[in-house]
Design a protein around this ligand. Structure first.
Ligand SMILES: Cc1cc2nc3c(=O)[nH]c(=O)nc-3n(C[C@H](O)[C@H](O)[C@H](O)COP(=O)(O)O)c2cc1C
Length: 414
């Protein structure tokens, strides 16, 4: 016994959205679904089975006619399994980090033998964004859902249009199947910092997740990005740049350092070297631990280690063995680490903001949720005391975009 439903005003009951007892028109509301799930479970249904659709019924009085389907709410609009749906259900709290990937194994999961060349991936991503912007921003008017029982219109057909995108890689007729969500377009991140990646970000990204080990080196990249954003006619401060960082914090430096050592003793060298292989394309398995990769081994690996170790504080002039590489990556991966008392960690974050001109951080953990609980317990009060972290935001916090871009309201470092 499954309860059979669909995330739409009229599943196999067009027009019933007008009935006072019917609530399926609340399908963009998470409470509708949690309540239906609880009711079904309490009544001993075995499951909740959801129909889904990737298009619109445009055959009746056709071809291409969708007037009755829109007015009747006949399986349209309906939520898709991705961003607009989540944006509805989370009341506008969705962001999307757009990356073009780097794994051969990912390419092979999409029917390809090898990856599409680097810059072409960004071109495809750009056209993909053109399509989704059209769907999110140009297909529905804000006032398209009229929910008018007298005129028998759930959606006013005059206020919805197809997008008819015909591009190099994508052809999409539309209309968008989801009614406008709180943010329409999810808050957009980007993470690649190649020339093509920065250009893509300057055009599309509202925030970037940036890599880097030393603030003065990252500053060059940050200046570059802000200049490109300016060239696009945008306010360069309006792209928020977030640095990846591992935080291990406790009451004192000694306690935090002891925690780090203890976590490190649980780390897995082979796992770290496997990640290194994926990130760099270098398989270190073939070498013994006597090998100093800064000076020997294949040129490709030497140059990777050379440029990488130059960015690690204290990384120059030491022996870069397999074990040393694995230890460096074991906690926090390729990102810098902030280990210490609240004051030490806060100093480091502030230093990054000052010298690197970053706007904030993606803070990662060694253990979860303990790592985050420690940040909340030790680090955040210190940042609040220094008045660099607005901890007085209201809950609910508004949409993700408001959270990032509204001065004085967000939990931003500035
Ligand atoms: C900080 C950062 C975070 C990233 N996160 C992801 C991720 O979550 N998933 C993923 O597939 N790729 C991720 N990537 C990798 C990007 O897919 C990859 O870097 C991109 O294809 C290449 O960009 P670039 O050549 O412009 O630097 C990340 C990259 C960076 C720098």
């Amino acid at each position: 016994m499954n309860a059979f439903a669909m995330s739409t005003p009229g599943h196999v009951n067009p027009g019933l959205w007008r009935h006072p007892d019917n609530r399926s028109q609340d399908h963009t509301d998470i409470e509708y679904w949690t309540s239906l799930a609880k009711t079904s479970e309490a009544g001993k249904f075995h499951g909740l089975f959801l129909a889904d659709m990737l298009g619109i019924y445009d055959f009746y009085k056709g071809p291409d006619n969708i007037i009755q389907v829109l007015a009747g709410g006949a399986q349209f609009p309906h939520t898709d399994p991705l961003f607009s749906t989540l944006d509805h259900l989370s009341k506008g709290r969705v962001g999307w980090n757009i990356v073009t990937s780097y794994l051969e194994s990912a390419a092979r999961n999409f029917g390809l033998d090898t990856q599409i060349p680097h810059n072409e991936r960004y071109e495809i991503a750009s056209e993909y964004l053109d399509v989704v912007y059209k769907l999110w921003e140009e297909s529905w008017r804000d006032d398209a859902i009229v929910n008018d029982p007298i005129r028998r219109q759930f959606t006013d057909p005059e206020r919805v249009r197809r997008i008819d995108h015909h591009g190099k890689k994508f052809s999409v007729a539309g209309p968008f199947s989801v009614q406008p969500s709180p943010q329409r377009t999810p808050f957009i991140f980007q993470a690649g910092t190649s020339t093509a990646g920065k250009k893509f970000a300057a055009k599309h990204a509202e925030a970037m997740f940036i890599p880097g080990m030393e603030p003065h080196i990252v500053r060059k990249s940050v200046d570059d990005i802000r200049a490109l954003v300016s060239e696009e006619g945008r306010d360069p401060q309006n792209i928020k740049l977030l640095l990846g960082m591992l935080v291990i914090v406790d009451e004192t430096d000694e306690l935090a350092q002891a925690k780090y050592e203890e976590y490190l003793s649980n780390s897995d060298q082979e796992g770290s070297l496997a990640l290194f292989g994926g990130w760099t394309g270098a398989d270190l398995d073939k070498y013994t631990d006597d090998e100093d990769f800064a000076f020997s081994g294949p040129g490709a690996i030497q140059s990777i280690i050379d440029s990488w170790s130059a960015t690690i504080p204290g990384g120059k002039g030491i022996k870069w063995t397999k074990t040393r590489i694995a230890k460096e990556l074991a906690l926090g991966g390729p990102h810098p680490k902030a280990i210490g008392s609240p004051e030490t960690v806060a100093d480091l974050l502030e230093h990054w903001v000052e010298v690197g001109d970053v706007d904030g951080f993606n803070l990662s953990y060694a253990v979860s949720p303990g790592g985050f609980e420690d940040m909340i317990k030790w680090l955040f009060p210190e940042l609040k005391k220094r008045q660099v972290f607005g901890a007085d935001y209201a809950i609910p916090q508004g949409t993700t975009r408001e959270q990032y871009l509204t001065d004085g309201k967000g939990s931003r470092l500035r």
